[in-house]
Design a protein around this ligand. Structure first.
Ligand code: SF4
Length: 280
């Protein structure tokens, strides 16, 4: 059996940076991450072995340092941490930071700030805090009834779709005279999806690795599942021998929150079931 690995998979730049920053801080002392650093239970357990524990709220922080995860936090939460004299290790992804700064800039210049995104997503909640009264929207019909001469700015949650952003931008240009548009979408998710789709067309079965609560991993499973038989697993322990029976090519992909060690363990397990030639 041949094992094929997707060209783009696993940790994106921002998540890898956050993981590296956290690991650089764990020198025996207890530290906290505000919320799970990534949506991957295996990685959360791994961090616990290094004395890095999840704190769900600022009140839960037990250590002297707290890591801010890649999708950032609201301004007020940052202030609360500072007031409690807790040192901040800011692992907010620089791409997310840029969106927060743009939100603040446009707000200060008197624009109505529109954010394309999911209302309840922590990244969006963080961005909103930089532009009070900003409007989170997804579709043209969500655009509020403002006078045509209003100054409006459009930015986006980093993981939104380019197509949706373009449609909204067009709709805003038609409705308002003064529109500032900055595409703040990061292409890490799209690259992983395209690579997974390409690979799914070349193999007989796909294995998608990542947390069951990771939305980008679930999306990869959905995309591959439309092309070929696909299984979503969190760890190598969930692999079933019968999935690989009579299979000649298996494809592997993983969500942006899946650590390399999880991917490697799955590959090793498949190798132990068969003796494949590994190609990338
Ligand atoms: S998906 Fe993009 S914006 Fe989000 S953490 Fe990863 S690199 Fe940063």
């Amino acid at each position: 059996m041949e094992i094929k690995i997707a060209k783009e998979l696993g940790f994106c730049f921002g998540v890898k940076r956050a993981a590296d920053m956290t690991l650089a801080e764990v020198n025996g002392e207890v530290i906290n991450t505000l919320g799970p650093l990534i949506h991957n239970p295996e990685f959360t357990k791994f961090l616990e072995t290094r004395n890095a524990y999840v704190a769900d709220t600022v009140g839960d922080i037990k250590g002297k340092k707290v890591v801010i995860r890649a999708h950032g936090i609201p301004k007020e939460t940052e202030q609360e941490i500072q007031e409690n004299n807790i040192e901040i290790i800011d692992a907010t992804c620089p791409y997310v930071k840029r969106v927060q700064q743009l939100a603040e800039k446009y707000y200060n210049k008197g624009y109505s700030v529109f954010i394309l995104g999911e209302k309840d997503h922590p990244e969006v909640i963080g961005i909103e805090s930089y532009a009070p009264n900003s409007i989170v929207l997804k579709y043209e019909h969500d655009i509020p009834d403002l006078p045509p001469e209003s100054k409006v700015a459009l930015i986006s949650q980093t993981t939104q779709k380019f197509k949706t952003f373009d449609s909204l931008a067009c709709a805003l240009k038609k409705r308002f005279k003064n529109v500032a548009i900055t595409n703040t979408i990061c292409d890490a998710t799209e690259k992983r999806q395209k690579a997974a789709m390409k690979l799914a067309k070349e193999v007989e079965i796909m294995i998608v690795i990542g947390g069951k609560n990771s939305s980008n991993t679930t999306k990869l499973k959905e995309i591959c599942g439309q092309i070929v038989k696909t299984h979503h697993i969190e760890t190598e322990k969930e692999l079933k021998k019968e999935w690989l029976k009579d299979i000649k090519t298996v494809g592997i992909t993983a969500g942006a929150s899946t650590p390399d060690f999880s991917i490697e363990k799955v590959v090793e397990k498949i190798k132990s079931i068969n003796t494949p030639a590994l190609t990338a």
